[in-house]
Write a protein that binds this ligand. Structure first.
Ligand code: GLY
Length: 395
């Protein structure tokens, strides 16, 4: 039964909380200054997903994070009106057509991360029709290649003829907004039905009774029968990987905004209460909630900023008397202030990203306590939401 998860340490978020305008403005100014200085490095390359010794290695437009690098410049342009940010975003945009046509990194569940904050954003901000058409073409490819009609879910995206590929995962919740957007824009009901089916399968298979989540869920590749939860970036199959949980905290409200399926409201409350209840004193999530309560396990501040965006988004749709609304408002403000104070200030050395203390993929040994492109993007999006609460999201 959904809607039954109790919030641990509810007293922390019981009172309204406000971040001072001065603090938000200073954080935005610092981020924009860093981004403006980064422009020359990225005028002919893209950042790889996470920093190595706090510097981003150069790559090409082939990774799932590239869309968020372009999206960070779009956010910076909207926050400042500075033409240099728009120019670099538009310069990066040129490679997205080839990326789709040459099938570079698009046989993957993360295609929405690539095309929403780059091309959909370009269309929403500047009315760029070519960017809109490209996003629609990418959505068509994504739907045709990644969605399993038999299973009713988006496949993990590689080796899906093998057992390991016949999985779906929490990350996909931030890709289904792309299907919702394209379904609405191109009047393709099948995309919308697929996106809704993804929410239902996630509810049935990936979200546990206590509101925590499996990272992946394995299905039988012949019968599509649900088998068991699995992890990839988390601590264990039975633990709860914090960024996966955060993708749900943001993904479900966006799905709700498009389809208004009521089951999403209680589901969202459960997973968000679970996450809030597992936060340490300083409100920066551990990389996996298995380590809630430990003092030295690495953190993943990106999970925190994604959740801030998700709680802010859900508050747009909740009535004033919904008990979770005031909790979400207070928690979002406190969590954003925590990352401003602990992850975007001095850490005793230079770091190239906007946000430090991100853990990219600990079991794979990648980006532990570093910066990551998605951390930077969602940090700036969270700031944008506090500067302009009615901001028109890219997702
Ligand atoms: N692929 C999404 C993530 O690593 O969070």
């Amino acid at each position: 039964m959904r809607g039954n998860v109790l919030l641990e340490h509810a007293e922390r978020f019981a009172k309204p909380y406000e971040i001072s305008k001065k603090k938000i403005d200073a954080a935005v100014e610092k981020a924009l200054d860093k981004l403006e200085r980064s422009i020359p490095k990225w005028s002919d390359s893209f950042a790889k997903s996470c920093t190595v010794n706090f510097a981003y290695p150069r790559g090409t437009n082939s990774d799932w994070v590239c869309g968020m690098q372009t999206g960070t410049y779009w956010l910076a342009y909207e926050l400042s009106g500075n033409r240099r940010f728009r120019d670099i975003a538009e310069k990066q945009l040129r490679s997205y057509r080839d990326r789709l046509d040459l099938r570079i990194g698009v046989d993957d569940h993360d295609v929405g991360f690539v095309y929403s904050p780059s091309c959909v954003a370009a269309y929403k901000i500047t009315g760029d029709e070519k960017a809109r058409q490209l996003a629609l073409d990418a959505a068509e490819y994504y739907y045709n290649t990644s969605y399993s009609k038999e299973g009713g879910f988006i496949l993990r995206g590689w080796n899906w003829e093998n057992a390991e590929g016949c999985r779906t995962m929490m990350d996909t919740l931030m890709n289904t907004p792309f299907l919702f957007w394209a379904g609405k824009a191109a009047n393709k009901q099948e995309y919308i039905d697929a996106a809704i089916s993804q929410q239902r399968i996630t509810e049935q298979c990936l979200i546990r009774e206590d509101g925590s989540s499996f990272h992946h869920y394995q299905f039988d590749p012949k019968t599509y029968k649900p088998l068991h939860g699995v992890t990839w970036q988390g601590y264990s199959d039975d633990s709860c990987w914090s960024r996966g949980q955060a993708w749900g905290v943001y993904g479900f409200p966006i799905a709700y905004s498009y389809c208004k399926e009521e089951f999403l409201v209680n589901l969202h409350r459960d997973i968000t209460y679970y996450m809030l209840g597992k936060l340490p004193e300083d409100l920066i999530p551990h990389w996996d909630f298995e380590f809630a309560g430990s003092t030295d396990a690495p953190r993943d501040s990106s999970a925190g900023v994604v959740a801030v965006c998700g709680m802010h988004e859900m508050c747009r749709y909740l009535p004033e008397d919904a008990p979770q609304k005031h909790i979400f408002e207070s928690a979002a403000a406190q969590m954003l202030e925590a990352v401003i104070d602990h992850c975007a200030g001095e850490i005793g050395r230079e770091y190239e990203g906007l946000l430090c203390h991100v853990t990219h993929a600990l079991p794979q040994g990648l980006g532990i306590d570093e910066c990551a492109v998605y951390g930077d993007y969602f940090y700036l999006e969270a700031l944008m939401r506090f500067v302009n609460p009615s901001w028109n999201r890219y997702w």
